[in-house]
Design a protein around this ligand. Structure first.
Ligand SMILES: [Zn+2]
Length: 172
């Protein structure tokens, strides 16, 4: 099942591509998981990003079935914590994750980078030649709540544009 990664932004590699590390969440498009994380930061953790990341990411290394319901694989689903480690974006792509929610400070202000998996396709194969993650929304966590649906659509569109740039567009 498609999923997401929730974690810390570690910067960019030498190609300018995002690097991050965190935990898996089942499903999790921006209108659900982005909104949930934004609310957690503002309401539950009162703007304390490090406390939130310790509680949401570090304490649940096996990941989440549903963060909103506090339903995780390690504790409520019995997978345990031992042996699990935080994972990177490359792992998330292999796990068929589509979204990543990566937290950082930018000029001292907490931000959440919403990223979508991207792929470069060959016309001959159905498998992507190369995959990486691109930011489709940068959310200042102390600012107004963004329009999650438009962030979500931007992610789907960028992914689809790369696909249809190589494969024929369906006639509409
Ligand atoms: Zn847990």
């Amino acid at each position: 099942m498609a999923g997401s990664l929730i974690g810390r932004l570690l910067g960019c590699d030498d190609k300018g591509r995002l690097m991050g590390r965190g935990v898996y969440h089942r499903g999790g498009p921006p209108r659900k998981l982005g909104a949930c994380l934004f609310r957690l930061f503002r309401e539950t953790y009162k703007g304390d990003l490090e406390s939130m990341l310790q509680a949401v990411v570090d304490a649940h290394p096996a990941g989440w079935n549903d963060l909103e319901k506090q339903d995780c694989y390690c504790h409520t689903r019995g997978a345990g914590v031992k042996g699990y480690e935080l994972r990177d974006l490359e792992w998330a792509a292999q796990m068929d994750c589509h979204w990543a929610y990566l937290f950082a400070f930018e000029n001292g202000e907490p931000i959440m980078v919403v990223a979508h998996r991207m792929a470069r396709w060959s016309s001959a194969f159905l498998e992507p030649l190369e995959e990486w993650w691109a930011a489709v929304g940068i959310v200042p966590l102390n600012g107004d709540e963004p329009d999650w649906k438009s962030i979500e659509l931007a992610g789907y569109k960028r992914y689809a544009d790369a696909y249809y740039a190589v494969h024929n567009k369906p006639s509409s």
